[in-house]
Design a binder for this molecule. Structure first.
Ligand SMILES: C[S@@+](CC[C@H](N)C(=O)[O-])C[C@H]1O[C@@H](n2cnc3c(N)ncnc32)[C@H](O)[C@@H]1O
Length: 207
């Protein structure tokens, strides 16, 4: 199946991270994506899973579909969930993509995902310090013991600080950062962070 995610507007520059997830996830795995916007990243991920014959993987997309503070100057409909659903209808129809509309810190959303049930998480919702820190602390228990949490925009000071403190509060002070274009951070629950470095040459640091 051809990739067509680039026809969907959005902010998605972590395709290498999603390639690693697709490579490592078992066919009955679970992925949670916080911050899906119109579906650009989700569409890339779902298409890649399909191409890897991993159609049983479930992707839970959590979004208010109301935008973030940094989108204040962009004209968006008040609730753009229908645009997301339309963009992802092929994968929603195949039970690969599941929409959980609401805030990522809403207890009703959190209750929908069992503890220790998630293989991989991507945190790309609101990028303010409090939001990122809350996302890490609230969602860390949802990861399986061998699960890995990823997040975008480590270049933002608010994200860097939130990652340091949030992971520290989960007793996981060691994490990795793919510097360069992507700026994703990652932390494996079992501490095996090195294997999540980029597969292509670039600058990697393990903090
Ligand atoms: C940077 S965009 C995500 C980009 C997306 N991954 C893509 O491929 O275009 C951030 C998204 O987070 C959502 N968001 C902001 N605050 C949120 C919150 N507290 N809970 C859930 N979603 C939130 C916004 O509605 C927005 O769609």
């Amino acid at each position: 199946m051809k990739q067509t995610y680039f026809n969907i507007p959005g902010w998605f520059n972590y395709s290498e991270t999603y390639d690693i997830i697709v490579d490592k996830i078992p066919n009955d795995g679970v992925i949670v994506e916080i911050g899906s916007f119109l579906g650009r990243s989700t569409h890339y991920l779902a298409t890649s899973l399909m191409n890897a014959n991993k159609e049983e993987v479930k992707i839970y997309c959590i979004d208010t579909f109301e935008g973030s503070s940094e989108h204040a100057n962009i004209k968006l409909p008040k609730d753009f969930s229908s645009i997301f659903r339309d963009n992802l209808k092929f994968f929603i129809g195949r039970n690969m993509v599941h929409v959980l509309q609401g805030r990522s810190d809403d207890s009703e959303i959190l209750e929908k995902i069992e503890e220790a049930s998630v293989d991989f998480m991507m945190i790309d919702g609101a990028h303010e310090y409090d939001n990122v820190k809350d996302d890490i602390i609230n969602w860390w228990p949802k990861l399986k013991p061998e699960g890995v949490m990823f997040g975008d925009d480590y270049s933002l000071k608010s994200v860097e600080l939130a990652v340091k403190e949030g992971l520290g509060m989960c007793n996981h002070r060691t994490y990795g950062v793919n510097k360069g274009f992507e700026q994703t951070w990652y932390c494996a629950k079992d501490g095996e962070n090195m294997i999540y470095e980029k597969k292509i040459p670039g600058v990697n640091t393990l903090i």
